[in-house]
Design a protein around this ligand. Sequence first.
Ligand SMILES: [Zn+2]
Length: 311
Amino acid sequence: MGNKAPGKAHRKGISLLQLTRIFPDDATAEAWFVEQRWPQGVHCPFCDSDNIQERPTRKPQPYRCRECRKDFSVKTGTLMHDSKLGLRIWALALYLMNTGIKGVSSMKLHRDLGITQKTAWYLAHRIREAWTSGNRLFGGPVEVDETYMGGKKANKHASKKAKTGRGTAGKTAVAGIKDRKTNTVQATVIDKTDRPTLSGFVFDRTAPGAKVYTDEHSGYDWVENHEVVRHSVKEYVNGMAHTNGIESFWALLKRGYYGTYHKMSNKHLGRYVNEFAGRYNIRPLDTMTQMARVARGMAGRRLSYADLIMG
Ligand SMILES: [Zn+2]
């Protein structure tokens, strides 16, 4: 168990004080976001031309494309699109959300950043969206498991029933996979826990020949190269056949879900799952590298407030 979070001892964290020195104002934060988005120089988000006229005094759209004549800023065509918040606030929010291992509540962001809670809530959901990644193929060995989140408080005592009934009692099922070699995870909300769904989940995320460990749930019956851990007979660690890795990810997700985001609705669960998986996967990196990763993930994506509240 000593090999969790490889490189953790060497990763370079930064303090809040250092952070405020790195980003003393909006201009330095803007320069940093520009560097992350366009390391090869500014490109037009509409036509990809690099024939760009810089007009530093023309805020909030300091660039004009000489090809398509459109004006834009570093926020245009990203999750920051239309945001009135300064880029320093965005940088600080990236820091807080990357370093808060159990997540950061919108109440905390509201207090720490001096913005309204509603603004903080929308800001956090847009950053969560940046953690979304497409399916990757794990080479294995992998551990796969499913868990249940949420449900009304009144149903908490019914959690036993939820377990045997697989996803009843207002709970939402989440499937997760952990690759032992890269120490990274993928997780997603699922509608059902039947064979097409769970076996399909594994198929979409494993390279051919990857060794797969799961519990005895029949949903994994179609998975190839597959070994089962029989939880029901207390055989928790059967040689290499265990799912302790993905279960420790569930523990982290649940601590955040019930501790930090206790007022959260199931509607947004998918985004929280993305957040926890995304943060888990970059945890060995330096803080500034983590922030850069998430900043780059914001390009080419949108999450309007209307879409968010409509769900
Ligand atoms: Zn253009």
